[in-house]
Design a protein around this ligand. Sequence first.
Ligand SMILES: Cc1cc2nc3c(=O)[nH]c(=O)nc-3n(C[C@H](O)[C@H](O)[C@H](O)COP(=O)(O)OP(=O)(O)OC[C@H]3O[C@@H](n4cnc5c(N)ncnc54)[C@H](O)[C@@H]3O)c2cc1C
Length: 360
Amino acid sequence: MKSLKENFQKTHIVIIGSGIIGKFNALELSELGFQITIIDPTQMQNSSNAALGLLMGNMYQKRKGRSWDLRKQSIELWPQWITFLQKYNYELNIEKPLMQLTTNEEKFKKLEEFIYEKNDQNLRILERDSIFIKNINKAFQTKNIKGIISFKDGRINALSLLQTLDKYLKYKKVNYLREEIVKIRKSDNQWISTTRNNENIKSNIVILCNSLKAIDLIDSLSHNIKLKPVLGQAMEIEIDHAEVDLLSLPKQFNINGKNIIPESKNKLIIGSTDEYSTKPEENTFEKLTNFLDKRPNWLMKGKISKKWYGVRSRPDGEPSPIMKNLENGLIICTGFYKNGILLAPACSKWVANEIKNYLY
Ligand SMILES: Cc1cc2nc3c(=O)[nH]c(=O)nc-3n(C[C@H](O)[C@H](O)[C@H](O)COP(=O)(O)OP(=O)(O)OC[C@H]3O[C@@H](n4cnc5c(N)ncnc54)[C@H](O)[C@@H]3O)c2cc1C
């Protein structure tokens, strides 16, 4: 009797879209032995390239439902995948811990309640006299920043992750086509994906990982799927290093909803905002630095050395993400308006299980 892996080798899967979701599905399925083709005209402008890579799983306050299940599964899967991917890039790592901070008393009380209720060893309230809080308050010239620390959450460098996945996929000889898919249809039990250059690619299964554009390829009305664009912005700021040493701050933290990543003594990244548009506005600096009542001088005088954005897809009328088996051999995995990096392992596992159930 042939092994499951030998049978999988006969199944050709086309993945449309090569952001983190497409690439992670390719990794999971290729490890199971499937024949994979990833199709994407360009990877450069996708939202995965813009991501800051924060993995906010454990500090998620809602500890039930599908969203929590996906986060919980991803938290468990990430360390295993990191060990696996380190064969292709030994520097790939998750920098821990992660801090969630606020200047709002009400919000802090909720965070405190959450920590007391959950009694989770990996979460702690940051005491007022902790070195972290002291350094943060000093740097931001305030007295009222408070928060929690999660030892299980952290950050993975998203660009480095994507490059490592590319290296893996190349090594595994996964087929990569730089084409745009304009149509998919089913014929004689096979899926035909047609490129803009009119080339037809046959496969047994198609997985739609092309974010907002997924709905252009399906009858979104009959499947009742709606997506809207959400802009995420980030910038790197260079400051006068005489005023503050950014390396005295934690490696990654969130204050009043803004993610902050000090990169060196005088450079830090701040992101991201959620806006229902596709083009960034001019006042990026203003928008991304308004997380405190009064900005510290060094931040006011800071200069943007880089700025970037990404457009993500948000499900309209249902929770994020959308993971559905639309028809025999057609799966959609989209709507990651946030947390796509965090959730990639759990979502890819879900897709793999759907495929196994479909085939056997
Ligand atoms: C500024 C910013 C910060 C973020 N920070 C974080 C964070 O800290 N942590 C986190 O977990 N998440 C973060 N995110 C969210 C994360 O980036 C997204 O959830 C994730 O990238 C979504 O990945 P995706 O693969 O679904 O989409 P994308 O990366 O957008 O990929 C979709 C791909 O589909 C391709 N495509 C589209 N149409 C077609 C077609 N017809 N044929 C072929 N290919 C097609 C596109 O070219 C694109 O490459 C952030 C996002 C932004 C913008």
